[in-house]
Design a binder for this molecule. Structure first.
Ligand SMILES: NC(=O)c1ccc[n+]([C@@H]2O[C@H](COP(=O)([O-])OP(=O)(O)OC[C@H]3O[C@@H](n4cnc5c(N)ncnc54)[C@H](OP(=O)(O)O)[C@@H]3O)[C@@H](O)[C@H]2O)c1
Length: 288
């Protein structure tokens, strides 16, 4: 897929998308803010991309509670602006969304027909963004919901990711507690970038659930990190109710990837295989 515009090109997912796409066009926040439609239009008209992938988001979850105006401005109005301009220019828009649109009460993998029920402001604003893309875009849109992202480039919005947090805590504390009753599918941004490319090439339209296969808890995720990197601290499982957080998060956010798998014939690999490969790469480069 040539000449795809990657919005958020220096972010965690955006960097990996830039790395694997042929003649991709980068856009970083300094190029334009997705909340300002005139700037979006000027950039896209000049760049003339064949497709647009939007990774830009306001996704510091607790900060979204404090600043819900900005959450809706970026995650919903920003998505709307891109959908409007892509429709005007007849360009495919692929918009990145989240597993957090669900509340987790199903306790079984969510498919694309399941009714969302977001539990916090970030999640509501991302769901609003999905509706904006569908309502203002043409039929030529795709929405990718993913989960628990990590990769070589830390998430810009958070200045790190779950792995960098664990590495820091595992080397500076005697004891690290991690939640054992929130179930996730940790997803490697490089694998997700490859899957998004496949989705674009396969002309997937509508909503797609795209995560690494299998599932674990945050504790299970941490256990592999501690194991591979031989972190010295004691790792202790705790319940989410023991973890002090003002924000409600789904206890179960596994996405059923069947629609993507059937379209492309290429299921994403198991989370543990991807994670172990990534950690070994980072170790080999002396990053961890
Ligand atoms: N991280 C996760 O676990 C997770 C899970 C599920 C879904 N997602 C979704 O995955 C997507 C990508 O996440 P990521 O971890 O790659 O994010 P990231 O590293 O924070 O990258 C986001 C990029 O978007 C840019 N950006 C933010 N606001 C913008 C605006 N108003 N206009 C233009 N650019 C803007 C950022 O630039 P600046 O930093 O310069 O502002 C950054 O380059 C997001 O849509 C997120 O909601 C993430």
């Amino acid at each position: 897929m040539k000449r795809t515009l990657v919005i958020g090109a220096n972010g965690a997912l955006g960097t990996d998308l830039m790395g694997i796409m042929d003649q991709a066009i980068p856009a970083v926040h300094a190029d334009f803010d997705i909340t300002v439609i005139d700037h979006v239009r000027t950039f896209i008209k000049k760049a003339k991309p064949k497709a647009v992938v939007n990774t830009a988001a306001f996704h510091q979850v607790p900060a979204c509670e404090e600043n819900y105006h900005r959450a809706f401005e970026v995650n919903a109005i920003g998505a709307r602006n891109l959908a409007v301009v892509c429709r005007e220019e007849r360009i495919h828009l692929c918009h990145i969304s989240t597993d957090y649109v669900f509340d987790g009460r199903k306790n079984a993998p969510y498919n694309e027909q399941d009714l969302p029920c977001p539990m916090n402001t970030y999640a509501v604003s991302k769901l609003a963004g999905e509706h904006m893309v569908t309502a203002y875009g043409s039929v030529d849109v795709s929405i990718v919901r993913s989960c628990g992202l990590y990769g070589a480039i830390p998430t810009r919005a958070k200045g790190g990711n779950f792995i960098t947090n664990m590495v820091h805590l595992g080397r500076t504390r005697d004891r690290v507690t991690v939640v054992n009753d929130e179930i996730v599918a940790p997803t490697y941004t490089l694998d997700l970038a490859g899957a998004i490319l496949l989705l674009l090439e396969s002309k997937g339209r509508g909503i797609f659930h795209m995560t690494q296969s299998g599932h674990t808890s945050w504790f299970g995720f941490a256990k592999v990190i501690f194991d591979v990197l031989k972190l010295p601290a004691e790792l202790v499982p705790i319940k989410a109710s023991e973890f002090q957080s003002k924000v409600h998060r789904p206890a179960y956010s596994i996405l059923d990837n069947r629609r993507f798998n059937q379209l492309t014939g290429h299921p994403m690999r198991h989370w543990e295989t991807a994670l172990r490969d990534h950690l070994r790469d980072m170790k080999a480069q002396s990053i961890f």
